[in-house]
Design a protein around this ligand. Structure first.
Ligand code: CP
Length: 315
């Protein structure tokens, strides 16, 4: 299929074919990243602005590396060192970035809907790098790409997403992508953070840890998003850990071959013990590595790159 989208705002509007097209292109880029010269000229002459108005380590670095590996010029704007602190609006900032002739904007923002809003203001492609509790599409793409390096297909695979589902853009994007790819998704955690209403998204809701882990092929742990909660949803972090934290003893409830994933940042000793986070069954750093190739694919496709041109350049 040929990619026709200018922006990547979320996984929800994508078809299964579009998601699989991103994976095909990402696989090509991953092969290139394994060469001694890890760079291709695909976006030479283009300028990408990373507008990161909320803290980030993994996503910001991976987008910077992805742009650099595609030979684009990349400039990152952080909220605390920009005119946002002087009260400039997102709209004015975006219009100034376009006046400087940027070719693409990658936006992280705390407001749900901000990436869509930006895409309606500017003519250049907009990539959502996480908008509040709404979506984090490239995180879901790299998560699912990593799963597909361990399984031939996600059809019928059982994926448990455990933790703060209510406030998690990672959970929402993964629910959209995993269900489109045929996986059976369970969301689990305290009832206050995992309400039954999630069933309307085509997933199973479970409030008992042992049940949630029992037949999972993948367990994806999420951190408690203090920054997005206006009230307390459980008595204390200690109580969360005692009921839903994963440690080596509780990992015995998992199938021996089940993968442990986490989008990061990890709160060690809260949702996961260090022993398990650093164990052989954890693919957390594989997820980080795959963040480059999947984001290269998204940057490439949204700036009009074709799959056939990539195939020729990879030969
Ligand atoms: N997973 C993720 O979005 O991490 P960062 O906040 O560090 O980008």
């Amino acid at each position: 299929m040929e990619w026709t989208r200018k922006d990547l705002i979320g996984i929800e509007p994508l078809s299964r074919e579009e998601i699989e097209a991103i994976f095909t292109v990402a696989s090509g880029f991953k092969r290139i990243l394994g060469r001694s010269v890890k760079k291709v000229p695909a976006l030479r002459g283009k300028t990408i602005v990373n507008l990161f108005l909320e803290p980030s380590t993994r996503t910001k670095l991976a987008f910077e590396m992805a742009a650099s590996r595609l030979s684009a010029d990349v400039i990152t704007v952080n909220a605390d060192a920009s005119s946002f602190v002087k009260g400039e609006t997102l709209k004015d900032t975006a219009r100034n970035i376009c006046a400087l002739n940027a070719d693409m904007i990658v936006l992280r923002h705390s407001a749900p809907g901000s990436a869509k809003y930006l895409s309606e203001i500017v003519d250049v492609p907009v990539i959502n790098a996480g908008d509040g509790s709404h979506e984090h599409p490239t995180q879901a793409l790299l998560d699912n790409f990593t799963m597909l390096e361990h399984f031939d297909s996600l059809e019928g695979k059982k994926v448990t997403i455990l933790g703060d589902i209510l406030f998690s853009r990672v959970a929402r994007s993964n629910i959209f992508s995993l269900t489109k790819l045929g996986a059976e998704v369970t969301v689990a955690g305290p009832a206050t953070l995992v309400p039954k209403t999630f069933e309307s998204m085509g997933v199973k809701v479970v409030h008992d840890l042992k049940t949630a882990l029992a037949d999972a092929d993948v367990v994806m742990l999420l951190r408690i998003q203090h920054e997005r909660q206006s009230s307390t949803h459980f008595p204390s972090l200690g109580e969360y850990t005692s009921m839903f934290g994963i440690n080596k003893a509780r990992a015995k409830w998992l199938k021996p071959e089940a993968l442990i994933m986490h989008p990061g940042p990890i709160n060690r000793g809260v949702e996961i013990d260090s022993e398990l986070a650093d164990s052989d069954r954890s693919v957390i750093l594989e997820q980080v590595t795959n963040g480059i190739a999947t984001r290269m694919a998204v940057l490439y496709l949204c700036t009009g790159g074709s799959m056939s041109a990539l195939e020729n350049s990879a030969e």
